[in-house]
Structures are given as structure tokens and as C-alpha cells.
Design a protein around this ligand. Structure first.
Ligand SMILES: Cc1ncc(COP(=O)(O)O)c(C=O)c1O
Length: 198
């Protein structure tokens, strides 16, 4: 039997899933009265022990919003050369947030803390964009589903703290990474200012 793993969109909803959709309680999320969205946001926030969570219809929208929240136009973020936020998302970081990306030549989409530190522009050198954010991805998309070593993620957090940088996790397939590495989800997400999961 062949299984097509190119995307979760190649699978089809089962009758049980369709039934759940047809019978879901719905409302207007703008007025914060969609019970299903509220329940989902509460569940995810509690699951990761985070202050709050927000439902977005796509991962791209979530990343774009997080980057916008953490940066000001003209600033620079650091990411691996394979990063989804750089290679895809329609170049949205430059359009939506007005930031540029400093690309790191990592391994399968993963950088070392040392590489991240070297990629930071000197903040007093006003000719270069101010570095304010580090984005990492787990599992990596273009890196072929590689997952990070937790110690390296902690070391990058230390670099962020030392240099006053924010830290965003693009957690596409984060659940797979947590299972593969047998990590504690709460300790894991504690490292980041924001995470996005699907
Ligand atoms: C690492 C990563 N970030 C972002 C996305 C974008 O998610 P979406 O297709 O929901 O916009 C994907 C999708 O595959 C991804 O793998």
C-alpha cells in the first residue's frame, strides 16, 4: 500500500469528521461568541500552559502575525536559509512587517546558537538593520522533517536573552517533534515568546 504524505490536504474527512462539522456550535468570533473557537483557544492555551491562544485559519497567517507583533519596520530577523517564513509565505515578512531576513547556513533547516549569535548585527552600527527576532521551525519543512535538539533551542534562547531578541517558534508538526524526541511540551514552549501550532 502506498501512503501519500505530501500534505494533510490529500486526505479526505471521514463521516465522523463531517458530522462533527455539521453539528458544531458556531457563532461570531469577532464578538468572541463562537463557542467552538473559544473552546479550542482555551484548550490549546491550557495544553501548553500559555497565557492565551488565538485561532488562525492558516499557519502562514499565524507566523505573519507573530512576526508583525515582535518587530518594527526596518528591523531584521534571523532564520535558517530553509525557513518557511523566508522561502514561502509570499515574501510576506517584507510586505506585512517591513523586515528583512538574515539567513543562516544551517543543517536541514536548523541553526546552532553560535551561528545565531554571529548573525546578529551590531546594534550600535546604524547602517545595518537592527536584529530583533529569531525564528525557528520544528519540524523543518524544507529540511525534510528534521527535529531540533532541545539543548540547542535552550542555547539559542540564551543568545536571545543576552541580546534582547524575541524568539518565535513556527511549530508546524510540533507534536511530531515532541513525540519523536520525547520532550515535555510545557518546558519546550516556555522558551518562546510565541509559538504557532497546527
Ligand atoms: C514550517 C511551516 N511553516 C508554515 C507553514 C504554512 O502553513 P499553512 O499552509 O497552514 O499556511 C507550513 C506548511 O506546510 C510549514 O511547514
Amino acid at each position: 500500500m502506498k501512503v501519500n504524505l505530501i500534505s494533510d490536504t490529500v486526505t479526505r474527512p471521514t463521516p465522523g469528521m463531517l458530522d462533527a462539522m455539521m453539528n458544531a456550535a458556531v457563532g461570531d468570533d469577532v464578538f468572541k461568541n463562537d463557542p467552538s473557537v473559544i473552546a479550542l483557544e482555551e484548550k490549546v492555551a491550557e495544553y501548553f500552559d500559555m497565557e492565551a491562544s488565538l485561532f488562525f485559519p492558516s499557519g502562514t497567517m499565524t507566523n505573519q502575525t507573530a512576526i508583525k507583533v515582535h518587530t518594527q519596520p526596518g528591523e531584521q530577523l534571523i532564520c535558517d536559509k530553509y525557513a518557511h517564513v523566508y522561502n514561502y509565505e509570499g515574501g510576506g515578512v517584507s510586505f506585512n512587517s517591513g523586515v528583512s531576513c538574515k539567513l543562516v547556513d544551517g543543517h536541514r533547516g536548523m541553526m546552532t546558537a553560535e551561528q545565531v549569535e554571529k548573525a546578529i548585527n551590531p546594534p550600535d552600527f546604524y547602517h545595518s538593520p537592527l536584529t530583533t527576532l529569531v525564528c525557528i521551525e520544528n519540524t523543518t519543512n524544507k529540511g525534510g522533517g528534521a527535529c531540533w535538539d532541545f539543548e540547542e533551542l535552550k542555547a539559542i534562547r540564551k543568545v536571545c536573552d543576552d541580546h534582547g531578541l524575541k524568539y518565535h517558534l513556527d511549530g508546524a508538526r510540533l507534536w511530531n517533534a515532541l513525540v519523536a524526541r520525547n520532550e515535555n511540551r510545557k518546558e519546550y514552549v516556555e522558551l518562546f515568546y510565541s509559538i504557532r501550532v497546527l
